[in-house]
Design a protein around this ligand. Structure first.
Ligand code: ZN
Length: 463
């Protein structure tokens, strides 16, 4: 016998999310894999059973394809240990790291190797990596592709850090051609720099910051992405959609066969510009959180299936940088930290809108897995890794920035009351997070040594 009986167990739930719907099931785990999915009355000899209470659901481990870990180089902003602890506590078992704001950025195979070497010993969840497409590596993306990045990220406007330059329109067109030839994908920060007000002090009023990055800048850049995706046949992905005004163009492009996907983020779905206090740099991100009307239309894009994924865009920095200039929105670092709270925040908002959890779960699992092309992630089925999470549907709690597990105690969700909470997370068949074991101090709920795996994109395989 290969596996010992002790390593075989079954998780029984009245509501498990399997193949797109909730159903009663027993999920049989042996070692690090799911080996069977049983009906509610099927018995398994000799397997310990874990029961998911009826006020909770069993979900596949969530997938977050948009996280900035920043290690090495800006590890004081975030690191692999703290980010992956926060992920596990948020039910996320697979994350894909952005190529910036670490130093070096992930724009060469050597830089990827540096990241993998620091991430490997610290990863509490599975980790993949995006590469970067910058002016300096255009024409030579292939080695990074072959080294296993899941695709390439580029900016159409300044990124905020000097070592990761943006592409102009001609460079973007050639990057799309190169990515099409590789069979990879280009994920795009879509703001048109010609329509952005120059950086610098803007004052403490959120409205001034919002006006400096108008919706038309997003719309213009998204038109460019669609045009180039249509011309080249490359797979393109629009990151962090904030302006719902572009949804009709995206819908139309997808319907006409353009290989296009789009994500939005919890902060665009749960916060509106009207709610943001003056001087509150923790709400600054680019593109900006827009008005309630845009937020409502983004929800329409969730419900009708235009939006493929909801991802954190966890883009943390130190508290000092978020407070630069005494609350001046032009000077604060742009990026929202909220890796751990995404499903809770979005579910809290969704239930108020009468939207079912079934609608949301794919956007947190198979949606982002498909955006990045991560195989076997975000699903409960035989053969998949035993990455699972339990979500208490009605558990109510208040977010405190200093109790979240990401590195710096600042978040746009501070003091929000949320309903729906991750109770337990399994990674490769072992519990990595259990909320009932909580207490004060660092990472009290987490068990054992880091057992997250480094993932490589399957090169040369159609995906
Ligand atoms: Zn980002």
């Amino acid at each position: 016998m290969r596996a010992s009986a002790a390593r075989r167990f079954v998780i029984r739930a009245a509501r498990a999310f399997i193949e797109g719907s909730f159903q009663p099931a027993g999920v049989v785990v042996e070692g690090d894999r799911i080996v069977d999915v049983l009906g509610p009355r099927d018995r398994v000899a000799g397997a310990l059973a874990t029961l998911v209470p009826d006020d909770a659901v069993l979900l596949p481990g969530l997938v977050d394809s948009h996280v900035h870990v920043n290690e090495p180089g800006r590890t004081e902003w975030e690191g692999f240990r703290s980010a992956t602890l926060a992920a596990a506590a948020g039910g996320i078992t697979t994350l894909v790291d952005m190529p910036l704001n670490s130093i070096p950025p992930t724009t060469t195979p050597e830089a990827l190797e540096v990241k993998r070497s620091v991430a490997g010993p610290s990863a509490y969840v599975d980790l993949g990596f995006w590469g970067g497409a910058v002016p300096g590596n255009l024409g030579s993306l292939r080695p990074l592709h072959e080294a296993g990045v899941f695709g390439f990220k580029c900016f159409l406007s300044p990124s905020g850090v000097d070592e990761f330059a943006h592409l102009d329109r001609a460079q973007f067109a050639s990057a799309m051609e190169e990515v099409a030839a590789l069979g990879s994908r280009l994920i795009v920060h879509a703001e048109d720099p010609a329509l952005l007000r120059a950086d610098g002090a803007l004052g403490r009023e959120y409205a001034a910051f919002l006006a400096s990055r108008p919706a038309e800048s997003e719309a213009s850049a998204i038109r460019l992405v669609i045009d180039q995706a249509r011309r080249t046949g490359a797979r393109a992905h629009i990151l962090h959609l904030s302006d719902a005004g572009s949804l009709p163009a995206i819908r139309e492009a997808k319907a006409s066969g353009v290989k296009l996907t789009v994500e939005t983020c919890p902060h665009y779905l749960t916060i509106s510009a009207e709610q943001i206090p003056d001087g509150a740099g923790e709400f600054k991100c680019c593109p900006p959180i827009r008005d309630a009307a845009s937020r409502d239309l983004l929800w329409a894009g969730i419900v009708d299936g235009t939006i493929d994924a909801i991802v954190s865009d966890h883009s943390p920095s130190t508290v000092d940088l978020k407070r630069s200039g005494g609350g001046d929105f032009g000077l604060a670092w742009g990026g929202i930290a909220g890796l751990q709270v995404g499903l809770s925040a979005v579910w809290t908002e969704a239930r108020g809108r009468g939207i079912r959890l079934e609608t949301l779960v794919p956007l947190f699992t198979t949606g982002p897995a498909a955006v990045a092309g991560v195989p076997d992630a975000g699903v409960i089925r035989p053969g998949a890794p035993a990455n699972l999470t339990v979500f208490g549907l009605h558990d109510t709690y208040v977010i405190h920035a200093d109790r979240l597990l990401h590195k710096n105690p600042i978040t746009a969700y501070d003091r929000r009351m949320l309903s729906g909470r991750i109770r337990r997370t399994w990674l490769h068949g072992a519990t990595v997070f259990d909320v009932t074991e909580g207490g004060a101090g660092e990472a009290p709920h987490l068990r054992g040594a880091p057992r997250g795996r480094l993932l490589s994109a399957p090169v040369g395989v159609a995906r």
